[in-house]
Design a protein around this ligand. Structure first.
Ligand code: PRX
Length: 649
């Protein structure tokens, strides 16, 4: 584990002054936040009534088997009923659930009552394929309404879904299917990205050569030709379209598994993070209401892909439990032009925009002239997630997108936490650009030193969550020992998030980035070990070391150092970059691959990544006295200079 970076408050740490963020009228009231701080279980008890239960809970929390929590003990509910049916029953069936915008410009509007029919049909179709409560279902779809429908159909049946981001490779898909034992996969012929049809079904076909898949349900999206296996493959329109739109939802225990989301950790194998039903839905619903400040006539646009936890919690479950109207967009921000997002905001009157700093920095690069051409006056709240938003990006976002009227909330959370955990609260917190401030109501956190003692103002340490929270992960699928060890052992029963953090003089929290070997590229979590394993799987590579180097747009970028096998014909580095893309997915493709004769190692054989990071970022190389062979560094610096010179030639 690395030590967190020492804390130096950024120059731009002064709070945002008039118009005052904390003076706006917002859902959450100070008294409620204070009450939650006094008695968090009473707060969650009250928040549970935000959703509908078939049987109410008898106890808010059972922590007697820590770190395994049981929230809302004995409560039973159906998550899909909560997200869809009950809004229709309350007479809001005609309310728009989604304004879908496809990348080629096609649009679809789905009301809650239409969505209810579709979810019921899909649930009946999955039933017809033999899916029952407890069976896992893999979803590998583009950002189209069927992705949401498929997730809710699984939830309705109590069949945990595992959504695999469409940018992942066949291998990554196969390993996830294998780990969770899904026998049914829901996919599409393809989706649209950057103006072209990009195929998905071939990856499922390839995965099916490695793992056993009984049924593949295929949505027609692009109309491209696909290979077909009779009996295994079914068109969505034929199988789902012909089902009855009636399906009686069954209530499941609050702790019934809802989904497994794979995420990168410090080892090569992604972890299957397990979330359950009641607590997860309560906290995502409560934060969608209190942090995203959702109201009945709002139009929320969370730009994440449903393949990541942000899409699960703040497109599907949290907002839909609140009966929200949302925008769902399939494509990239610059297709067919750089004003695409702002055109969508103007057209649908988006009120809350929730996105990632990497997107904001890209817009900054394109310049404010682009958003200036659109009417963005409907926006009243801007959110950020995925990594710390640097103060410059925060100010730009607020000024050029929010017209200096809207609060910007920087929300810190993780796949594991399931829902937002740290954030300024609209209407209450005076936001400091770059700070994650403090916990959401009902959550308790601390920043501690190596010994687990709280740090003082102006000091940095490790971010820990000191009390269980409703949306917390329940375990790592198939690996409970890893669950205990990764999160609970380091600080004696408190949850170790893997992030460094600091408290400023006011006691507010600033998140400083990962302290383990996890990188954050465009808000996506990537493991250095996973990419190293992919590289050494190439026949020409003997050894590999990967680091995350600072990158102006993506936050961090992957830089790989490889030692080639002597016998191998030297592959060009582009081939190695492609190799990583095909093993894991294009998001993991290194920005740079450097072939080097040796790697810097300590006398005990540990690779000194800190030095590699210095080289990747073309900085003066830090203290190298523990190196076994100091001359390695000179070689590396020379290689890097050579590669940079070649790249700029
Ligand atoms: O390092 C933190 C960073 O992203 C990690 C979680 O990644 P993931 O599980 O993929 O979930 C991302 C979306 C919830 C964290 O450990 N991170 C996320 N949000 C922030 C952040 N770092 C700083 N500030 C944030 N707002």
């Amino acid at each position: 584990m690395n030590h967190p970076t020492p804390y130096t408050p950024p120059a731009a740490a002064s709070p945002i002054r008039p118009p005052l963020d904390f003076a706006i009228e917002a859902n959450l009231q100070t008294e409620e936040v204070l009450r939650a701080a006094d008695d968090r279980l009473a707060y969650w008890d009250q928040e549970a009534s935000r959703i509908s239960w078939q049987q109410p809970h008898t106890r808010v929390l059972d922590w007697s088997d820590a770190p395994h929590a049981r929230w809302f003990v004995d409560g039973t509910l159906n998550v899909a009923y909560n997200c869809v049916d009950r809004h229709v029953e309350a007479g809001r069936g005609d309310k728009v659930a989604f304004h879908f915008v496809g990348e080629p410009g096609d649009t679809r509007t789905l009301t809650y009552s239409r969505l209810k029919d579709e979810v019921c049909r899909a649930a009946n179709a999955l039933n017809a394929l033999g899916v029952e409560a407890g069976d896992r279902v893999a979803i590998y779809l583009p950002m189209i309404p069927e992705a949401v429908i498929a997730m809710l159909a699984c939830a309705r049946l109590g069949a945990p879904h595992t959504v695999v981001f469409g940018g992942f490779s066949a291998d990554a898909l196969a390993s996830r299917i294998e780990d969770c034992g899904a026998r049914v996969v829901i996919t599409a012929d393809g989706g649209y990205r950057r103006g072209v049809a990009s195929a998905l079904k071939p990856a499922v076909d390839e995965a099916a050569t490695k793992v056993e898949i009984d049924h593949v349900l295929v949505v027609r999206r692009t109309g491209e030709q696909v290979d077909w296996v009779d009996g295994r493959d079914h068109w969505w329109t034929e199988l789902v379209g012909t089902q009855s739109p009636v399906h009686a939802p069954q209530a499941f225990d609050a702790e019934h598994p809802l989904f497994i989301m794979y995420t990168s950790g410090t080892t090569g194998r992604p972890k299957g993070i397990l979330h359950t039903s009641g607590g997860y839905l309560v906290q995502t619903a409560a934060t969608a209401w209190g942090v995203l400040d959702l109201r009945d006539d709002d139009v929320l646009w969370c730009t994440a892909d449903v393949g990541w936890v942000t899409g699960h919690s703040y497109i599907v479950y949290g907002p839909m439990a609140n009966g929200a109207t949302q925008v769902l967009y399939e494509g990239t921000p610059d297709t067919p032009h750089r004003g695409r997002w702002w055109e969508i905001v103007e057209r649908y009157g988006v009120t809350q925009l929730y996105t990632a700093p990497t997107a904001i920095r890209t817009f900054m690069k394109w310049g404010e002239k682009v958003p200036e051409q659109y009417d963005l006056s409907s926006l009243r709240l801007l959110g950020s997630v995925g990594e710390s938003i640097n103060p410059e990006a925060h100010r730009w976002y607020r000024r050029h997108i929010g017209g200096d009227r809207t609060p910007v909330i920087d929300t810190w959370w993780q796949t594991e936490t399931g829902a937002q955990m740290l954030t300024p609260i609209p209407g209450i917190t005076e936001a400091k650009p770059g700070a994650a401030h403090g916990p959401v109501p009902g959550v308790s956190v601390d920043v501690v030193d190596d010994a687990g003692e709280s740090v003082g103002p102006g000091e940095s340490g490790y971010l820990v969550i000191t009390e269980p929270w409703p949306a917390m992960l329940r375990t790592i699928w198939n690996d409970d020992a890893r669950f205990r060890e990764t999160y609970w052992e380091r600080f004696g029963g408190r949850y170790f998030a893997g992030d460094g953090a600091a408290r400023d003089q006011d006691g507010d929290i600033w998140v400083l980035g990962r302290v383990d070997d996890v990188m954050n590229v465009s808000g996506h979590r990537l493991s250095t070990t996973e990419i190293e394993s992919a590289l050494v799987a190439h026949p020409a590579v003997a050894e590999a070391a990967v680091v995350g180097a600072d990158d102006e747009t993506t936050g961090q970028a992957v830089v790989a150092f490889v030692i080639l096998r002597e016998s191998a014909a030297a592959p060009d580095v582009e081939e190695l970059r492609q190799h990583v893309a095909s093993e894991i997915g294009p998001i993991a493709k290194p920005r740079q691959v450097l072939a080097v004769p040796e790697l810097p190692k300590t006398r005990s054989g540990k690779i000194m990544r800190r030095l590699l990071r210095d080289i990747a970022e073309q900085r003066e190389v830090g203290d190298a006295t523990t190196l076994a062979d100091a001359s390695v560094i000179e070689h590396l610096v020379r290689e890097q200079r050579g590669a940079t010179a070649a790249a700029t030639r």
